[in-house]
Design a binder for this molecule. Structure first.
Ligand SMILES: NC(=O)C1=CN([C@@H]2O[C@H](COP(=O)(O)OP(=O)(O)OC[C@H]3O[C@@H](n4cnc5c(N)ncnc54)[C@H](OP(=O)(O)O)[C@@H]3O)[C@@H](O)[C@H]2O)C=CC1
Ligand SMILES: Nc1nc(=O)c2c([nH]1)NC[C@@H]1CN(c3ccc(C(=O)N[C@@H](CCC(=O)O)C(=O)O)cc3)C=[N+]21
Ligand SMILES: [Mg+2]
Length: 283
């Protein structure tokens, strides 16, 4: 038996088909959505992600704005760019591509994003609203994972989920999303202090691997038939490696490949957040 592949590229294309008419309607009303990216420095990975986001915008009719800043830019100069985007009516939402160079203090920069323009859903106000159960832009990667599971009819109601990693972009917020009444899953958040990772993973119906450790999740750890989402990405000499060992495809019931799984879904949810923000602005 081989797992059903959770195809993030095809699902992203389907979501783009759904977004296109919504963007067209907004454009007719004179409210074309705009996504801006703030990229600091010349990390090749970050450059390729940002390039992909602008290509995505072109595919659905969203206007895109690029702010590319030199690696040695000052904190004050980044702040000035954020203030400019906060005031720019053409910019519906924007992201600051992470990680930032060491000399910059990321926290105050992320907090400077106007919450209404938080396309990533990672602003403290957005995360606070998520905890409170209030409407807010949702973090893109966790939202993309849940959307992918819903579209493949993987049951979450009552499911036991093992999340590996408590990082702020994936692990911590997906625990919050999955334990909402609408998802109703039971979540165990694992990290480097977890005593027996193999046991936590083995009793899970759904495994979300977001540690950034190549091939951390091996076939022997996975319950036969479980859904496994490979989120972590590590650049190695041999190319990109996910957190999930390739043999897991023989044991899992569903598997999101890496690449081609959660990455494209993250981009689809970024654009969804921008379209939803534009629709809120029109009222
Ligand atoms: N495909 C996509 O769209 C995206 C992929 N990613 C990828 O997902 C991964 C996670 O991202 P992010 O949350 O920002 O990462 P962080 O580095 O913030 O978090 C990693 C987490 O994994 C835990 N961890 C590390 N090693 C182990 C281990 N051996 N056993 C158990 N837990 C472990 C860490 O534990 P501790 O807290 O104890 O240190 C930490 O909580 C990264 O590889 C990132 O590149 C991120 C965003 C989008
Ligand atoms: N402010 C901010 N928001 C983010 O959401 C954010 C970030 N910073 N910094 C880095 C991580 C990582 N991340 C990915 C997005 C898309 C793919 C993606 O589309 N990957 C393709 C392959 C792309 C390729 O081949 O290079 C795939 O998985 O198929 C991957 C990773 C978003 N992140
Ligand atoms: Mg992927």
């Amino acid at each position: 038996m081989s797992a059903t592949i959770l195809d993030g590229r095809a699902t992203k294309d389907a979501i783009f088909d759904e977004l296109r008419p919504r963007v067209a309607r907004l454009a007719e009303q004179g409210h074309t959505p705009g996504l801006a990216t703030v990229l600091v420095g010349d990390d090749p990975g970050s450059q390729s992600y940002v390039r992909a986001k602008h290509n995505d915008c072109a595919k659905v009719g969203i206007k895109s704005i690029r702010k590319d800043l030199p690696a040695d830019v000052s904190q004050a100069d980044v702040e000035a760019v954020l203030d400019e985007l906060n005031a720019d009516p053409a910019c519906t939402g924007y992201i600051v591509q992470l990680p930032l160079p060491k000399h910059l203090d990321a926290g105050p920069l992320l907090e400077r994003i106007a919450p209404a323009k938080d396309a990533d859903g990672l602003h403290p106000i957005s995360l606070g609203r998520l905890v409170l159960g209030e409407e807010a832009p949702l973090p893109c990667t966790p939202r993309g994972i849940i959307e992918l599971l819903h579209r493949y009819d993987v049951p979450l109601n009552g499911a036991q989920v093992a999340v590996v990693g408590r990082g702020i972009t994936v692990g911590r917020p997906i625990g919050l999303l999955l334990t909402r009444r609408s998802e109703n899953a039971t979540v165990t958040l694992c990290h480097t202090g977890t005593k027996d990772l193999a046991a936590e993973v083995h009793r899970a119906d759904v495994v979300i691997a977001a540690a950034g450790k190549p091939h951390l999740i091996t076939a022997d750890m996975v319950k036969p038939g479980a859904a496994v989402l490979d989120v972590g990405v590590t650049r190695t000499d041999a190319g990109l490696a996910g957190d999930v060992h390739p043999d897991v495809v023989q044991v899992a019931g569903f598997l999101s490949p890496n690449p081609g799984g959660v990455g494209p879904m993250t981009r689809a949810m970024l654009l969804t957040n921008v379209v939803e923000a534009a629709e809120r602005n029109v009222g």
